[in-house]
Design a protein around this ligand. Structure first.
Ligand code: AMP
Length: 420
């Protein structure tokens, strides 16, 4: 497999798929530019080698061409961060893009307009009437798949080589994230530095496990994490089930959970997962006490209470001190740690304590040599809120992509580069 480090980009034009899907405020100022910064090492390496970059990204979920989602708004900021004046092409495959890409000199950069202005990027038909017949819907799908080939070919024709640095979209088999790779031979396609780091981090928790391996699965719903939990049960030594989803398990065990969040239709599943854990010898760690509230609010009345004895009208919004102590012991003795999902409603300062404590324990374990991966939406927000990001081994930039990788799925964006 080709690598970005080995590849000499001198005189080459590289199509680099990045994830510049950054949040913009009402004046189109970027409110968080981390995603752009994350791609800089890759872009800078290509330029330093004497190559030129053609940058492709999506922004938002446009249903067609709209100024709101134009990447034009970010060109200046990308130029400032890259230290190179970035040109812009108003249409990612049009004549302007072709001319500007062809004229690129070594060290120059071109940003293409939002790839998702074309339905072909995602390969999903647009504008199909809701009352269209199944036949019509099928035909629309067929047509977009056909034109997707032409779209992908045109994108590929802009460059000599392809670099995928967009882990956040690696779970999508889109034109620019996966299909385009077919137009480059194995020596001319590679991961960017960010993508490489993400893939290595996932492999460390999925394949190269130092034991004990502890996964901490939190958040609100079991239903959104079933496949991950099932896959993890075949790999981990300890599985900490925490956050709102705990209560489905506590109820399954016969406990009283008051008004705590619970998925009644997943109680049987919770029982099955507990049985599987037992069968596989996994230490399933479920909270024993909770910080309960009389309403879903930061200024609610609170009490500490055993998890299975929550009074009617009260709900568990965070774990309690006994649980923190148990988690602490397990986490600090671990050598591989995966954290996805908070222990409570960490957005409320009165219910952030458990998530903070878990973050602290992970940092401590990491200092003692554990590999820790934090990823998937809210746990990233947690470590950032508590200023702990630099104390863990890796904070993933991928939400859905990371979760699918942990579920054990092969990601199209990765598969396309590796060529298997
Ligand atoms: P998820 O998107 O499933 O990872 O869930 C994250 C969300 O779960 C966060 O917004 C938390 O506020 C919420 N959450 C965590 N614990 C609880 C709880 N005990 N009750 C209600 N919501 C919770």
């Amino acid at each position: 497999m080709q690598t970005i480090e080995k590849f000499d980009f001198a005189g080459k034009k590289a199509f680099v798929r990045v994830d510049f899907n950054v949040p913009l405020d009402e004046n189109f100022n970027i409110s968080d530019d981390n995603r752009i910064r994350a791609a800089l090492p890759t872009l800078k390496k290509i330029i330093a080698d004497g190559g030129s970059v053609i940058i492709g990204s999506h922004l938002g979920r446009p249903k067609g061409v709209t100024d709101k989602f134009s990447l034009n708004h970010i060109v200046k900021h990308v130029s400032d961060l890259l230290g190179v004046e970035v040109q812009f092409a108003n249409d990612c495959i049009g004549a302007e893009a072709v001319e500007k890409a062809a004229a690129l000199q070594p060290g120059q950069a071109l940003l293409l307009e939002n790839l998702r202005f074309y339905a072909e990027e995602e390969g999903k038909p647009r504008g199909v009437a809701e009352d269209a017949t199944d036949e019509e819907k099928k035909e629309a799908k067929k047509q977009v798949k056909e034109s997707q080939k032409t779209f992908t070919k045109k994108l590929a024709a802009l460059a000599d080589c392809y670099v995928n640095d967009a882990f956040g979209t690696a779970h999508r088999a889109h034109a620019s994230t996966a299909l385009i790779a077919a137009y480059f031979d194995i020596n001319n396609k590679m991961f960017g530095y960010l993508m490489e780091k993400e893939v290595k981090a996932v492999e460390k928790v999925m394949d190269d496990i130092k034991r004990p391996f502890t996964a901490i699965m939190g958040g609100s719903k079991v239903s959104s994490k079933i496949e991950i939990i099932e896959n993890l049960l075949g790999k981990v030594d300890n599985l900490i089930i925490t956050g709102g989803m705990t209560f489905t398990f506590t109820k399954a065990l016969g406990g009283s959970i008051g008004n705590s969040i619970c998925e009644d239709d997943k109680i049987e599943l919770a029982k099955e997962l507990m049985a599987t854990a037992k069968e596989k010898g996994v230490n399933l760690v479920i909270a024993v006490d909770a910080k309960i509230a009389d309403k879903f609010s930061n200024d609610a009345e609170t009490m500490l209470c055993d998890d299975d004895k929550i009074p009617a009208g009260w709900q568990g919004l965070d774990i309690g001190p006994k649980t923190i102590e148990i988690y602490d012991e397990v986490i600090k003795n671990s050598k591989t740690i995966l954290w996805n999902g908070p222990t409570g409603v960490f957005e409320f300062s009165n219910f952030e304590h458990g998530s903070h404590a878990v973050g602290d324990a992970i940092v401590e374990a990491t200092k003692n040599g554990a590999f820790s991966l934090v990823g998937g939406g809210d746990s990233v927000a947690c470590v950032n809120k508590f200023g702990l990001a630099s104390g863990v081994s890796y904070v993933s930039t991928g939400g859905g992509a990371l979760l699918e990788a942990i579920e054990g799925k092969v990601l199209p964006g990765i598969e396309a580069i590796r060529g298997y």
